[in-house]
Design a protein around this ligand. Structure first.
Ligand code: FO1
Length: 317
């Protein structure tokens, strides 16, 4: 079993490559749910949906989130009523949230509802929310505390991030299926998602970090792919977020951020000069082309990362 930890678009793209590179039923993707929120009464899970649509081949490739060819008539109608409707939830995408909300209200856990939705869309990888208990990422910014989607979408991640609070994390435990997947992991891949805003929530739910460390001590290498190339984030605010936390906006900063969790880090040729410093931290660098332009790139990078993890696993005493 290969276990991937993922946030939204970057995570979904590598997860897609891993799904293409691996036999069916040998990939579990544990997804951030700190971005989830209630929107007009619907439970919206942006990262789970982004990963699910991408793995199902239904994603809008231009945005990375939402469904290809979706329309926004419902949002248009909301606007006609004078609503701001700042979140672009497409008509078809809304159906996913409608059904999810109904099933959650009927008392089913998010992990079960997610499995049902993903199976109906033909996703063969196991898609797992980090927890069945809601955790909300609250971003403390120069403009005050904001829920994640207010920070990210409504205000276009323009505000300086001072701190991040994970509301509800104290009572949230890792989804049982996530812990079970980690217990059988041959490798743990941390996707090129935002370390602070997407991966940290996943690692913060009760039992998750310990389970990743447990997998690592049992011989499964933990390998991350840098979300930063040449000082810039591929998508989103990760570079600025890392700097605000006192880490360099570079793969070296990413390696330092993850600390003793990592065995290896894939970084781009553009950052090859940082490889010796990364190695000096005890993290094996894999210098390659990490930009995923299309499905072929995703699969190629996934295969390289899997080979690298296999090599690290074999090198263990
Ligand atoms: N991101 C945006 O930048 N603008 C949007 O209006 C937006 C709508 C949206 C709808 C459904 C969905 O699943 C994701 C959506 N996203 C949107 C992306 C999402 O909010 C962020 O990419 C993630 O939460 C960050 O990982």
């Amino acid at each position: 079993m290969i276990v991937a930890l993922a946030g939204g678009v970057g995570g979904a793209r590598l997860a897609h490559g891993l799904a293409r590179a691996l036999p069916p039923d040998s990939l579990s993707v544990i997804v951030n749910t700190g971005d989830d929120f209630d929107h007009y009464g619907l439970r919206v899970c942006p990262d789970l949906d982004t990963v699910m649509y991408t793995l199902a081949g239904l994603a809008n490739e231009a945005t990375g989130w939402g469904l290809a060819g979706d329309t926004d008539a419902a949002r248009g109608m909301l606007r006609r009523y004078g609503e701001d409707a700042w979140f672009w939830l497409g008509d078809r995408d809304m159906a996913t949230s409608l059904l999810r909300t109904r099933r959650l209200r009927a008392g089913r856990p998010l992990s079960q509802v997610t499995a049902e939705l993903a199976a109906a869309l033909g996703v063969t990888a196991t898609l797992l929310p980090m927890s069945d208990t809601p955790v909300a990422t609250i971003v403390s910014t120069s403009a005050g505390p904001l829920t994640f989607q207010e920070y990210f979408v409504r205000r276009r991640h323009q505000d300086a991030v001072l701190d991040v609070r994970l509301e509800g994390v104290e009572s949230a435990t890792a989804a049982a299926a996530a812990l079970a997947a980690l217990a059988q992991a041959e490798a743990v891949i941390i996707c090129p998602s935002n370390p602070l805003l997407s991966v940290r929530p996943v690692l913060s739910v009760g039992g998750m970090r310990a389970a990743v460390m447990g997998a690592k001590s049992a011989g499964a290498p933990v390998v991350a792919v840098s979300p930063i190339i040449g000082g810039r984030t591929v998508k989103g605010p990760a570079a600025g977020n890392l700097e605000a936390q006192g880490f360099a906006a570079s793969p070296l900063g990413v390696a330092r951020w993850y600390g003793d969790l990592l065995d290896g880090l894939a970084l781009d040729h553009a950052d090859a000069a940082l490889a010796p410093e990364i190695a000096a931290l005890g993290v094996r660098p894999l210098v390659t082309d990490i930009l995923m332009r299309d499905a072929a790139d995703r699969e190629r990078l996934a295969r390289e990362v899997l080979d690298f993890a296999g090599m690290l696993r074999g090198a263990r005493p």
